[in-house]
Design a protein around this ligand. Structure first.
Ligand SMILES: [Zn+2]
Length: 463
C-alpha cells in the first residue's frame, strides 16, 4: 500500500468556518529510505515549504492590509485602485507581494496612496533578517557573513550580498551611534561607589592608500566589584580574569574626540556613576586617551585617580629587552622596578643617563622613545606595588583582549579588510553593544528607528 503526504493551506472565515481558499503546498509519496539522505525533508525542501506557506499567507495578508481603511486626511471611506508589486525579505525566503493602492472616496479630498512594503515601513526586510545580518557582520567580514547566510538559507539571495549587509550595518550603526552619544537620556540605575575607566587606542587599515591607517579609541567602564581577577590553580593552570559587567564604547571618527567624549559619559552613566563615585582612569599614555578619560570627571566631582597603565609600561620594557645587552639590560630592569615601586623621578633620571651612554647603539632611539613616554606621563606614574597590595586597579590587560577582539579580529588581521572611518565606526557600535551585553536591549530601540511607517506618519501629521 502506497501512502502520500499532502500539505494543504486553507483560508476560512472565522465565524462561519466557510472555506475561502485551499491550496496544495506539497504532495509527497512516503518512501522506504534506501539511505539516510532519504529520511525526512532536505534543507532545500524545508526552505521551499516555508516559501510556499508564507506566499499563501502574504497573499491573504495584503487583502486585510488594504481593507476598510478610512482616509487619514478626511475620515471618509477609501477604495482600492491600481496595484503595485513589493518585495519582502523574510529570514530564509524572499517574496513578491501585489498590493492595491487606496483612494479617498471624497471627491473634494485628493488623498491617494500606493502602498509598498518599503514605503510603509522604510525597509523590505523583516527584523529577524536585519538582526541576524548585523550580528554576523559584527564578528565576521561581510563576505564571510554572506557565505554563512547563503549556507543557512540553502541558496544565494541578493538581500544577503555583502553590499546589502554593509548597508544594513551602516544603517543600524548610525542609529546606535546616536544612542551611544545620547548620554543625557541614560538613567543611572544602580549607583556605583567605585568605577574604573580604561581608554586605549588601536589602528585600522584605511581603504584609501594615501592614508595608511586611522586610530580608533576604545573605552571600557566597569565597577571593580565586577572584576574577577585571574589566578593560578594549585595544579599550575591559569584561570584568566574576567569582567562580568562592563560598558564598552568606541569611536573611529575624526572629530577631535567629540564623539568618544560623549560616549565616555554614556558608558559612565550606564555603569552607575554619581557625584560621589571614586574613579580610577587607566590609559596607555597618548594625549587623546587622557583627554577622553578626563571627560568623566564632570560626573564624579573630579574624584579621579589617573594611572599610566602598567601593562603598557611593562610591554615597552619587554620589547627593549630583546635588543639591549648587558650592562644596560640590567640597568633597564632596575629602572622598571623603580617605576613599579613608585620611584618614578629617580627612574626617569636614570633612563636619561642610559640613553646618553648608549647613543652608538641601534636601539638608542627606542630608549629615547621610552624616556619620552615616561617623562610625558610623569604625573600619571603611581606606586604600582602599593596599588597591587591594596587591590586597586593599575593594569589593563583585560581591555587588551577586548581590543583584540573588537578591532583586530574584525578589522586588522585580514589583509584585505580595509575600512573607511565611518564604516569601521558603524561596525564598532554593534560590536561594543554586544560586548557590553546590551545588544538585545538596544536592538529594541534600533528597531523603532530602523522602520519608519509612512502610514503612521501621515496619521500623525493629519492629527
Ligand atoms: Zn479623504
Amino acid at each position: 500500500m502506497e501512502r502520500i503526504q499532502k500539505i494543504i493551506s486553507e483560508t476560512y472565515d472565522k465565524k462561519s468556518c466557510k472555506l475561502i481558499k485551499r491550496t496544495v503546498i506539497k504532495e509527497r509519496t512516503i518512501i522506504d529510505p534506501k539511505k539516510i539522505d532519504d529520511i525526512g525533508y532536505t534543507q532545500k525542501e524545508q526552505v521551499e515549504l516555508l516559501q510556499n506557506v508564507q506566499d499563501e499567507y502574504l497573499e491573504e495578508m495584503v487583502h486585510v492590509m488594504t481593507e476598510n481603511k478610512d482616509c487619514p486626511k478626511c475620515g471618509n471611506k477609501t477604495y482600492r485602485c491600481g496595484s503595485l508589486e513589493s518585495e519582502f525579505n523574510s529570514i530564509y525566503t524572499d517574496h513578491k507581494i501585489k498590493m492595491s493602492g487606496l483612494k479617498c472616496s471624497n471627491k473634494e479630498c485628493d488623498w491617494e496612496y500606493r502602498k509598498t512594503i518599503y514605503g510603509e515601513y522604510g525597509s523590505k526586510m523583516h527584523p529577524d533578517l536585519v538582526k541576524i545580518q548585523v550580528e554576523k557582520a559584527s564578528i565576521k567580514s561581510y563576505s564571510a557573513s554572506q557565505a554563512e547566510l547563503d549556507r543557512e538559507c540553502g541558496k544565494v539571495r541578493r538581500v544577503n550580498s555583502n553590499l546589502s549587509i554593509k548597508n544594513t550595518v551602516d544603517k543600524v550603526g548610525q542609529i546606535l551611534n546616536k544612542l551611544h552619544t545620547n548620554y543625557s537620556s541614560v538613567k543611572v540605575r544602580e549607583e556605583a561607589e567605585e568605577l574604573v575607566i580604561q581608554v586605549d587606542g588601536g589602528y585600522i587599515k584605511d581603504k584609501n592608500p594615501k592614508i595608511n591607517s586611522f586610530e580608533t579609541l576604545l573605552v571600557q567602564v566597569y565597577n571593580p566589584k565586577n572584576h574577577n581577577h585571574g589566578y593560578k590553580k594549585p595544579n599550575g593552570t591559569r584561570v584568566s580574569g574576567e569582567i562580568i559587567n562592563k560598558t564598552c564604547v568606541a569611536s573611529s571618527l575624526k572629530d577631535r574626540g567629540q564623539t568618544i567624549k560623549k560616549m565616555v559619559l554614556f558608558a559612565a552613566k550606564k555603569q552607575g556613576i554619581t557625584a560621589k563615585t571614586k574613579v580610577t582612569a587607566l590609559c596607555d599614555g597618548a594625549e587623546n586617551c587622557w583627554n577622553a578619560a578626563k571627560t568623566i570627571s564632570v560626573l564624579c566631582n573630579n574624584q579621579v585617580t589617573y594611572v599610566l597603565d602598567w601593562y603598557h609600561i611593562k610591554q615597552k620594557f619587554e620589547s627593549l629587552a630583546n635588543k639591549v645587552e648587558d650592562p644596560y639590560l640590567s640597568k633597564l630592569e632596575s629602572i622598571k622596578w623603580k617605576i613599579w615601586h613608585g620611584e618614578s623621578e629617580e627612574a626617569i633620571t636614570r633612563l636619561l643617563s642610559v640613553y646618553e651612554v648608549t647613543s652608538k647603539y641601534d636601539y638608542t632611539d627606542k630608549i629615547h622613545e621610552l624616556y619620552k613616554y615616561l617623562a610625558n606621563n610623569k604625573e600619571y606614574l603611581v606606586n604600582y606595588v602599593e596599588r597591587k597590595e591594596q587591590q586597586l586597579p593599575y593594569s589593563s590587560s583585560i581591555i587588551e583582549s577586548a581590543i583584540e577582539s573588537i578591532i583586530n579580529e574584525r578589522h586588522k588581521k585580514k589583509q584585505k579588510a580595509q575600512w573607511s572611518r565611518e564604516g569601521a565606526h558603524n561596525v564598532l557600535q554593534i560590536r561594543t553593544s554586544r560586548v557590553s551585553n546590551d545588544w538585545d536591549n538596544e536592538w529594541n530601540t534600533v528597531k523603532d528607528k530602523f522602520y519608519v511607517s509612512r502610514y503612521n506618519k501621515e496619521l500623525k501629521n493629519a492629527a
